[in-house]
Design a protein around this ligand. Structure first.
Ligand code: BMA
Length: 339
C-alpha cells in the first residue's frame, strides 16, 4: 500500500468490488443499499445518520431512530457482518455521573469512537437549543453522560480516535438551532473530556457550490501516513432546499486545524432513489467508516434522505490520491485557525 492506515481496523470490512462503470471519485455504493429500510423497529419509523465500529467478533453501532412521534433517539445495534443489523427496541439508557437516569429530550446524528479504554457516543441534543451531547461506556451496558460539554448552539461533533499532543481533540460546527444556513468546522481540545478550549478554525464553507452553504464533520478521522483522512458533509442551498454531499479532506497529523488537502469536488452526491427520495430528499450524510489497515479497504456508512442507512466503498490509497490530485486550498484552510 502507498499510504498506511495507522489507526485500528478490522479484517472483516463489509465489502463489494467496484462496478465496471465508475465515473468520478473512486467510491462506489453497495448494490443492495439501503442496508436499513423503513420501520426497522417497533415504534421507530426511520433509521439514518448512524455510526458503527468493529466490536468483539463483529460490529456494534449507535443508531439515530426517528420514533413514530417524530422525536429522534439513539438505539444500540449489533451485527456479525456490518450489513445486517439487530437493533434494540429500547433507547440507550443514559445516566448521569451518579448513576441516575439522565435521558436527553431528543438525540440525533450519533458518532461512536474508542479513545484509550473508553467508547464515546457523541450526538446532538437539546440544551436550551441544539448542542453537543457526549456519553462514555466501557461495556455497552452502562452509559454515563458527561454533563453538557459545550454551550449551544453546536452540532456535528466528531472526536479523534486518539489524543493529539496529550489532548482529546473534537471537531464541531457552531451554528444556530434551526436548519442552519451557515457553518464552518472548528476544533477544540480537552485534557479530560470535560473542559474544552483552545478552539481553532479548521475549514469553512467555500466557493465550490456543493459546499457553499455550510459544512460539518462526518466520520471519525482516520489516522494515515498522509494525515487525518476526514469524510465530511458539504451543503448546497438550492431554490428547492438543501443538498448534502460527502466531501474529503486530509488534516495535519499533529496540528489538525491545518488542512493539507481538500477535494474541490464532492466524493458522493445524491443520485440513487434512496438518497433523492425520502423524509428529506437529497441527503448523503456520512457518520462512520470501517477500514482494514492490511488491505486499505474502507466502508463508509452514511444516512440517506433522512430515511435510510447506505454503505459505500473505496480503497484508502485511491481516495487519498484522488483528494490530493483534486485539492484546492483557501487561506483559511492552510492557516492554523487562530485569531
Ligand atoms: C441537518 C441535521 C441532519 C440531517 C440534515 C438534513 O441539519 O439535522 O440530521 O440529516 O439536516 O435534514
Amino acid at each position: 500500500m502507498k499510504y498506511e492506515i495507522l489507526g485500528p481496523g478490522t479484517t472483516k470490512v463489509p465489502w463489494q468490488e467496484r462496478p465496471k462503470e465508475l465515473k468520478g471519485a473512486p467510491i462506489w455504493r453497495y448494490d443492495a443499499n439501503p442496508i436499513i429500510g423503513r420501520n426497522p423497529v417497533e415504534g421507530v419509523a426511520r433509521i439514518f445518520n448512524s455510526a458503527v465500529m468493529p466490536y468483539g467478533d463483529g460490529f456494534i453501532g449507535v443508531f439515530r431512530g426517528e420514533q413514530t412521534n417524530g422525536i429522534p433517539a439513539i438505539y444500540l445495534g449489533r451485527s456479525s457482518d456490518g450489513i445486517n443489523w439487530d437493533i434494540d427496541k429500547e433507547k440507550i439508557p443514559f445516566t448521569d455521573e451518579e448513576g441516575n437516569p439522565f435521558m436527553p429530550q431528543y438525540a440525533y446524528d450519533p458518532r461512536l469512537v474508542k479513545v484509550e479504554d473508553d467508547y464515546y457516543i457523541i450526538w446532538c441534543q437539546d440544551f436550551y437549543g441544539a448542542s453537543i451531547g457526549i456519553a462514555k461506556t466501557r461495556d455497552f451496558k452502562k452509559f454515563v453522560r458527561i454533563e453538557n460539554p459545550f454551550i449551544p448552539f453546536n452540532r456535528n461533533a466528531v472526536l479523534f480516535p486518539r489524543k493529539i499532543n496529550g489532548k482529546y481533540m473534537l471537531l464541531s460546527r457552531p451554528s444556530d438551532s434551526g436548519h442552519t444556513p451557515f457553518g464552518d468546522i472548528f476544533i477544540s481540545e480537552s485534557p479530560d473530556m470535560t473542559y474544552w478550549g483552545k478552539h481553532r478554525h479548521v475549514m469553512g464553507a467555500n466557493d465550490n457550490w456543493w459546499e457553499s452553504l455550510k459544512i460539518g464533520g462526518g466520520a471519525t478521522p482516520i489516522e494515515t501516513s498522509e494525515g487525518w483522512l476526514l469524510f465530511y458533509h458539504g451543503v448546497a442551498g438550492t431554490c428547492n432546499g438543501y443538498v448534502y454531499s460527502i466531501g474529503g479532506a486530509i488534516l495535519d497529523i499533529d496540528n489538525p486545524s491545518i488542512v493539507k488537502y481538500r477535494c474541490e469536488t464532492f466524493l458522493l452526491t445524491p443520485e440513487e432513489w434512496y438518497e433523492e427520495r425520502g423524509f428529506v430528499p437529497n441527503v448523503c450524510f456520512p457518520c462512520a467508516t470501517v477500514q482494514n489497515p492490511g488491505t486499505g479497504q474502507l466502508a463508509i456508512y452514511y444516512g440517506a434522505a433522512d430515511s435510510y442507512v447506505g454503505l459505500a466503498f473505496t480503497y484508502t490509497d485511491e481516495i487519498i490520491d484522488y483528494i490530493k490530485s483534486h485539492s484546492q486550498l483557501s487561506e483559511t484552510d492552510r492557516e492554523i485557525g487562530r485569531r
